[in-house]
Design a protein around this ligand. Structure first.
Ligand code: 2P0
Length: 341
């Protein structure tokens, strides 16, 4: 095969979390995220006219688990664009971060795949949309692959879920007025454990269905999002830190209060949380933590304080990290398409 499309899509970290869904990957509440820069998936789709075969290689090797997921994803596209059935595809995917690092890879992988399919269909004259609709369509398909993936189609500060004009439950959109103000923020991803999680995000979402606090959670998240939006617009950094931390702990509180209950944090996660709060009080640097559905901590901070943060991580937090590892990430510009031929 000589024709190919190659895309890179980043991971993202939610500040207001998506936790609980209905219908076909429709979120129970709107979410808001920073798109990352260094934690990315690179996907190459080689294609030629054929019988509709799909071959998938993850980091150079056949991966049967992923292959099933990719075939299901391909069928979704074929339902809307039947001409895609006339192509053989060879898909090669790799992450910039180690697969076992416990960093969410479904967001970047489904976003990069969705973008590659969109570009392929555009190149072949099957899909013809203006730039905004093109991204909304790609985001909407990414959402069907993995909810949080729909936010990875855009750079900067991104929202998914209906809450103001132009937002939708079906796809994400950038919040340009916030991207402008928050593009110089860092995210030190502190790796606490790379062990497989005892409860997957899919199971966690499902446990929100008859969660005792479901209704108050969904309305809290909605109110918190509008509050965070205002605070970010005003660049009230300390208030930002308070809201982001409360939201992260609420997510993990929901897990602890699920039936059955589960805990994804580790003792080291909690020790880091306490140290981050003490660091903020001592130094007056507006650095704060958030967590995904896992034990790792995302330490968010203004990039102008990078030297201080690096010292803090290396001197005080490093003993709490798995092999002392952390990923030096920051807010990024969104996906890239290149190498199309
Ligand atoms: C988020 N998470 O907003 C939240 C916060 C984890 C914690 O979305 O079932 O992999 O594929 O839609 O997107 C993780 O769940 O779940 C997630 P699916 P996904 O980022």
């Amino acid at each position: 095969m000589t024709n190919f499309i190659e895309c890179i899509a980043p991971s993202n970290i939610a500040l207001v979390k998506y936790w609980g869904k209905k219908d076909i990957q429709i979120p129970q509440n709107p979410s808001l995220s920073f798109t990352l820069s260094e934690s990315v998936t690179r996907t190459k789709v080689l294609f030629e006219k054929g019988k509709g075969n799909t071959e998938f290689l993850f980091e150079g090797k056949h991966a049967p688990n992923f292959e099933t997921k990719i075939s299901t994803f391909r069928t979704l596209w074929e339902n809307k664009y039947p001409s895609l059935k006339n192509y053989d595809l060879k898909i090669e995917s790799q992450n910039s971060f180690p697969h076992s690092a416990g960093i969410a890879s479904s967001a970047s992988s489904m976003a990069s795949l969705s973008l590659c399919f969109s570009e392929l269909l555009k190149n072949e004259g099957i899909l013809d949309l203006d730039k905004n609709s093109f991204l909304e369509n790609a985001s909407s398909f990414a959402r069907l692959g993995s909810g949080s993936a729909c936010r990875s189609l855009y750079g900067g500060v991104v929202t998914w879920g209906q809450w103001r004009e132009g937002t939708s439950d079906e796809y994400a959109t950038e919040i340009p007025e916030l991207s402008k103000k928050w593009s110089s923020w860092g995210d030190a991803i502190l790796l606490v454990s790379s062990k497989e999680k005892p409860v997957s995000s899919r199971q966690g979402h499902a446990l929100m269905m008859d969660h005792p606090y479901a209704e108050s959670r969904f309305s809290n998240a909605r109110n918190r999002l509008t509050e965070l939006y205002k605070v970010m617009l005003e660049e009230d950094l300390l208030k930002f830190c308070e809201i982001v931390e409360t939201e992260a702990l609420e997510l993990h509180g929901l897990m602890m209060n699920s039936n059955p209950s589960f805990i994804l944090m580790k003792p080291e996660s909690l020790a880091i949380i306490e140290k981050v709060r003490a660091f903020r009080i001592e130094t007056k640097i507006p650095a704060c933590f958030t967590l995904d559905a896992g034990p790792n901590i995302h330490l968010l901070y203004p990039l102008e304080k990078k030297a201080e943060i690096k010292d803090f991580v290396n001197n005080e937090l490093s003993p709490l990290l798995e092999e002392g590892k952390w990923i030096d990430d920051k807010v990024g510009m969104g996906p890239e398409v290149f190498g199309a031929k």
